[in-house]
Design a protein around this ligand. Structure first.
Ligand SMILES: Cc1cc2nc3c(=O)[nH]c(=O)nc-3n(C[C@H](O)[C@H](O)[C@H](O)COP(=O)(O)OP(=O)(O)OC[C@H]3O[C@@H](n4cnc5c(N)ncnc54)[C@H](O)[C@@H]3O)c2cc1C
Length: 554
């Protein structure tokens, strides 16, 4: 086993929290190493509902501080990434049998005003009452729904958010190692010796670091126990949430929030232009972390919950894809899964003179940036760092243009690359922002971008994802760097796989990553439940049925 370098900070976990910490630390001039056992955002951070939100329902638990904090972050984040995030209006139909209208209005009033910083100009419009009898948002709903409320929140491409944090960290000097598992770490007074294994080649190596960050998400406890061999009294509660994706259920661009008889709420969100995303569930996850999947019961619950409101009945047959993630919630002793705090807890461990360990428990996509800032505050004394919140307001890579000018950016891109179709230019801008030019390079014709594997996914874009965004497999490309897996047929996916395998092999000299090496329990992150497109899918893939709930154990 070779030992190479000594870093200031080694981070375990390439989810949103690990990558945000890498970014913040690298921007402070620290040398950073991040290991991710699978793909960036390969676990919880690509399986969220994808909302930058305060969390309206946490008001019911009087978690005002959490909601306010998240609402402030929501505004900051929406400004920092106009390509991958955007404001979204939510329609809440009033249901006479559930929470009274005055209570909903009060909750939304509080939601609108919790971010009460003086002199601060809010970006998002406040709540309005709508007549579902006349408003187009009423059209897809059952006729009984007459009144609704409309409020603002934000939407983000969660998987790309993680990659862009990693990219920014790397541009500031961080080393990001994907398919690299941290197998052990031991403290030797003022530094850590960290053992790493390349999950493809099987090769092992060691690095040294002055501080260690455990950002393993649902694996935070396993890492403490099995990788670090540390006893802890802190526990996380693993709460699974599943989503279903169906063909587009409504034409307008707003989302719905539906109250349920059991007190829960579910969302129905416009998704990838042609689809509707419905979720989520909230169930304790008792199975091993290698078995995170939408159970038939969860799929049925979501179909039933949506069918309560929509005119169209949604059944398991309508599902084109499902995904599931496990929330790593800090266990505050709450009785129900829905009531466990969504706030994060950072615990610094290590006596004076000892190399510190920072454990990250919980957290939301919405609070990742602030979590990273607070993580660095915990480590500031160890590195004599200044306390400046430097990431505040700074755009992520590709996000250096004004919100609201996406159409102008698209026109400009089409002027530079007139051979692109409008739809393709739009998708590239939403994914890469001003970095779209790096994807397209010197191309002067569509042929210069190489083969189109379907839905406008060209060789040039695939190379970009592999060379600059750490993609190593077809799954990384189709389900995390993009969601084009919803559109490619089985035949197209196979052709893509051949190309990706060959290209990764030439670039990295390994037998490429068409499938990930299985990882032994307990600390093995497994891929989210993504099923290959069955052979009878339509050739163009739109609406290709990827998985029926019930085919896999939940
Ligand atoms: C269903 C659901 C819906 C949600 N919706 C929202 C939402 O709408 N808005 C919001 O703000 N938040 C939401 N969240 C919360 C949010 O998604 C999570 O809090 C966040 O993604 C956690 O990120 P993380 O980096 O801590 O964990 P993860 O993303 O799980 O990352 C941990 C990483 O550590 C890696 N790892 C583990 N062990 C090792 C090892 N030994 N070596 C190297 N790497 C290792 C794993 O492979 C994994 O990639 C939702 C969560 C769920 C489950």
């Amino acid at each position: 086993m070779s030992r190479s370098q000594t870093y200031d900070i080694a981070i375990i976990g390439g989810g949103v929290n690990g990558c945000a910490i890498a970014r913040d630390a690298a921007g402070r001039g620290l040398s950073v190493f991040l290991s991710e056992a699978r793909d960036l955002a390969g676990a919880t951070s690509s399986a969220s509902t994808k909302l930058f939100h305060g969390g309206l329902r946490y008001l019911e638990y009087y978690d005002f501080a959490l909601v306010r904090h998240a609402l402030i972050e929501r505004e900051l984040l929406l400004r920092a990434m106009p390509h991958i995030a955007h404001p979204l209006r939510f329609v809440l139909p009033y249901h006479s049998g559930l929470r009274p209208a005055w209570l909903l209005r009060l909750g939304l009033f509080i939601y609108d005003h919790l971010d009460f910083r003086p002199g601060h100009r809010k970006m998002l419009p406040g709540t309005t009452t709508i007549d579902l009898g006349t408003d187009p948002a009423g059209a897809p709903l059952k006729p009984g729904y007459k009144k609704g409320f409309e409020y603002s929140d934000g939407w983000v491409d969660d998987a790309r958010l993680v990659v862009l944090n990693a990219m920014d960290a790397a541009q500031r000097g961080a080393e990001i190692a994907v398919r690299t598992r941290t197998t052990a770490a031991r403290r030797e007074k003022d530094h850590w010796i960290v053992s790493l294994q390349d999950t493809h080649s099987g090769q092992s190596r060691q690095i040294a670091a002055r501080a260690l960050v455990n950002a393993g998400g649902p694996w935070v406890g396993n890492i403490l126990q099995d990788v670090l061999d540390i006893e802890t009294s802190d526990h996380i509660r693993l709460v699974r949430g599943s989503h279903i994706v169906v063909n587009r259920l409504f034409e307008h661009d707003r989302a719905y929030i539906f109250q349920q008889g059991d007190g829960r709420i579910i969302f129905a969100i416009p998704y990838e232009d042609d689809f509707t995303l419905i979720g989520t569930t909230d169930v304790d996850h008792d199975a091993p972390l290698s078995e995170i999947a939408c159970s038939p019961d969860e799929a049925e619950y979501l179909c039933r919950a949506a069918s309560e409101y929509f005119r169209a009945e949604i059944t398991a047959k309508d599902i084109v894809w499902t995904y599931s993630g496990v929330r790593p919630l800090y266990d505050n002793g709450a009785s129900s899964a829905s009531a466990v705090t969504r706030d994060y807890v950072l615990k610094r461990e290590g006596a004076a003179g000892q190399a510190p360990l920072l454990n990250v428990f919980g957290g939301k996509i919405t609070t990742h940036r602030h979590l990273a800032y607070e993580a660095m505050q915990k480590l500031a004394p160890d590195f004599a760092l200044n306390r400046k919140d430097w990431t505040r307001g700074l755009p992520l890579p590709g996000g250096d243009f004004k919100r609201g000018s996406l159409a102008a950016e698209q026109d400009a891109l089409l002027r530079r690359y007139p051979f692109l179709e409008g739809k393709q230019a739009h998708r590239l801008l939403r994914a890469y922002g001003t970095l779209a030019d790096k994807v397209l390079g010197q191309a002067t014709s569509i042929d210069d971008l190489g083969r189109d594997f379907g839905a406008g996914l060209t060789e040039a874009e695939i190379r970009y994802m592999i060379d600059r965004e750490w993609a190593r497999s077809t799954e990384d490309i189709l389900w995390r760097r993009s969601k084009l897996g919803l559109r490619l047929s089985a035949k197209q996916t196979k052709a893509l796989d051949t190309f990706v395998t060959g290209y990764v092999a030439t670039q990295f000299g390994t037998a490429a990553a068409s499938a990930d090496t299985p990882m032994a329990p307990p600390q093995k992150p497994e891929q989210p439940q993504i099923q290959p497109t069955p052979p009878d899918s339509p050739p163009d893939g739109a609406g290709a049925r990827l998985e029926m709930p019930g085919q896999k154990a939940g």
